[in-house]
Structure formats: C-alpha cells, structure tokens
Write a new protein. Sequence first.
Length: 109
Amino acid sequence: MNWIKLFPLTILSSDDFLKQVNVAGKKLCIVKTEGKLFAIQNKCPHAGAQLSNGWCSKGKIICPYHRQEFDLQTGRGAHGQSNYVDTYPIEIQKDGVYIGIKKSWWKFW
C-alpha cells in the first residue's frame, strides 16, 4: 500500500465537504461528514456523474444525476441498486491526512 499525503491536519477542523482530488492517476471524492473522512471513487457507476457534486445523508453519498446512494464506509449501493463504488483507506498521522492506494502489480518496463 502506498500512503500519499492529502491534506494538512488543519482540514480536520474545517466544515463538512465533498472534494474531488487527483491521486496516483485516480479521480477520487474525499468526503468529510459528521467529523469523519472518507475516500471513494468520484465517478458514479450508474451514469458517470461526479459524486463530488452530490451530497451526503446518513452515512451515504447521493449521486447528483439519478439519486443513486452509496455507503461511504463500504461503497455498497442502496438495496436494489446492484452496484458499488471503490473505497480507499484514510489514515491520520502526526503530519497530515493520508490516503492508501494499492500498489499496482502491473508495471511497464
């Protein structure tokens, strides 16, 4: 796992937010809600909307296009959706907030 610094610790005192960030070639949605940080893929698997343009409710992110819901901890879609979003671990260290990105086993030479 590669741990990449996202934010300084001051982000923890900010208001709730949804932000798109580019990390290791991936477009991710970083969510701060109810004092917790989450990281998920930014593209909705249903119609491709940017989840960072949506909103949060009761531990779920809501897609702005067709109201698809995804659990912020597990990435699972709401009952009956049969889809999911990728989630990424967040770690708070003494010098900042980090995200874990799996190391690729595939390398070009």
